[in-house]
Design a protein around this ligand. Structure first.
Ligand SMILES: NC(=O)c1ccc[n+]([C@@H]2O[C@H](COP(=O)([O-])OP(=O)(O)OC[C@H]3O[C@@H](n4cnc5c(N)ncnc54)[C@H](OP(=O)(O)O)[C@@H]3O)[C@@H](O)[C@H]2O)c1
Length: 294
């Protein structure tokens, strides 16, 4: 797969020169089972990254706590030296326990160490975008983010980070973060079946900030819906392609980072960028979600 594809247009992060194609790639699935250790076949993992970039993907989402270290090392092995237009977005704020658990790591020293881990394992002098991951994977938990945000702002002033994003945050935490530094993107859990961030997306769109949903396909519990299946059959696509196309049509500030360890799934996901869902189909799909009362 070397042909450049139409990846759903592009979006420029606010007050930056970073223009990302709307269909990107999430690298978490490249590590071993449970995002731990190396994958079974590191060469095919590297090939997926090269295929994605060859197809036109210029937005890769990662973290040094995937593996840990493994995913970033595969990215470096596959793609370094990086082309000028490739934007690698990483995240800090968690670490892995020996039991493979995901533990908050938001202290000053942990954040500084995490930024240096990312720089070293990706082979970079500065990171394009660093997301501060605050809450747990199933949603934000309230509390001030002033201290960790101030650390990232300091690392930005030192030139180790170009731009800051937030992940697993509430609207209140976003507002607090924006008082400390420009926020260029927000990465929270959102997909056609999990829509608690509907209001956040609309608010960010007004501000020109990117919204990058994680688990766009349901993550560790892939989306399953008879309606999704029926729509997919009616538009001659797969249910996963419909889920991705629905997200691209939901709002122009949504950028996608579906994760896969499979070449055929990668091709399928990238092709979803050209799938146009008619308005009545979108209306049907909207009934899957659990949009909260506004
Ligand atoms: N900020 C955070 O806290 C956070 C949390 C989780 C993830 N993330 C980021 O978000 C990215 C995306 O999330 P994710 O990878 O966990 O979830 P996802 O993209 O929703 O789903 C990935 C799962 O779907 C499967 N899949 C992918 N394409 C498919 C297709 N066309 N047909 C059938 N199955 C398909 C994958 O299996 P195969 O490998 O078999 O294709 C994998 O099991 C991650 O890579 C990571 O960078 C961020």
């Amino acid at each position: 797969m070397t042909k450049q594809m139409d990846l759903g247009g592009s979006f420029t992060l606010p007050k930056t020169s970073l223009t990302l194609n709307r269909m990107g790639y999430g690298a978490m699935q490249l590590a071993g089972p449970q995002v731990w250790g190396p994958p079974r076949d590191v060469h095919s993992a590297a090939k997926i990254l090269r295929d994605a970039v060859a197809a036109g993907v210029n937005h890769i989402d990662t973290s040094d706590f995937y593996g840990p270290h493994v995913t970033n090392q595969i990215i470096k092995q596959a793609l370094h030296p990086y082309s000028d237009d490739l934007i690698i977005v990483t995240k800090v704020g968690a670490r892995r326990g020996e039991d493979k658990s995901w533990i908050h790591a938001l202290s000053r020293q942990e954040l500084i160490d995490a930024v240096h881990d990312n720089l070293r394992n990706l082979g970079l002098d500065r990171l394009d975008v660093v997301n501060l991951r605050v809450g747990g994977v199933m949603g934000p938990s309230e509390g001030s983010i002033e201290e960790p945000m101030s650390v990232l702002a300091e690392l930005k002033r030192q030139g180790l980070i170009c731009h800051i994003g937030l992940s697993n945050v509430s609207p209140k935490q976003l507002a607090e973060g924006q008082k400390i530094s420009e926020i260029v993107c927000v990465q929270n859990l959102y997909n056609v079946a999990h829509r608690s961030d509907d209001g956040v997306i609309d608010d960010l769109a007004k501000q020109g900030i990117a919204y990058v949903p994680f688990f766009p396909l349901g993550g560790f519990n892939p989306l399953q819906s008879s309606l999704l299946d029926a729509v997919a059959a009616s538009v001659q696509a797969t249910p996963m392609q419909v889920a991705l196309a629905w997200l691209l049509q939901r709002s122009t500030n949504i950028l996608l980072i579906p994760g896969t360890s499979s070449t055929s799934h990668l091709r399928e996901n990238l092709s979803a960028a050209t799938l146009q869902l008619p308005p009545e189909t979108i209306a049907d799909l909207n009934s899957i979600g659990n949009s909260p009362k506004q």
